[in-house]
Design a protein around this ligand. Sequence first.
Ligand SMILES: [Zn+2]
Length: 164
Amino acid sequence: MTTTPAKPTTPVIFAGHMVYNHRFESGRTGSRFLRELRDNKKIMGLKCPDCNKVYVPPRSTCKECFGKLDKWVEVGTEGKLLTYTVLRVARDAEKDVLKKQLPVAYGIIKLDGADTGFVHMLGEVDLDKIKIGMRVKAVFREDERKGNILDINYFKPVSNARKR
Ligand SMILES: [Zn+2]
């Protein structure tokens, strides 16, 4: 029996889809942020001492000047909706995560005192009346908060009476 040496080939790549449960440590910055949500219902950011940019969610390095960030600041639980999308169809994996009735709206919110966008769901809102620039506020879980981003249930519109 003869064997033919393998010729160099390019690897065959196929697209797959994995769904798996996992746990990972949130890191020093992420852990502080999540503890404040869970224990104090506060949204905290990190401020760059050089360019004064406030990151929410916090990050340990300024992406503008690469400075190390360790000055914690509390930002508002209200902010302005920068943009949004409405999810009307979920893939199987998303259905498990959402555990909510579709459609659901996701927004990017610039919290008062922050310079970056914070992604979360929008709630208590008529999906046809969402407007970029509208003011929204965080609605925290009042039952057992677990130290994850869903300690905020969603952001809801601030009523016109309280609009700034
Ligand atoms: Zn900076």
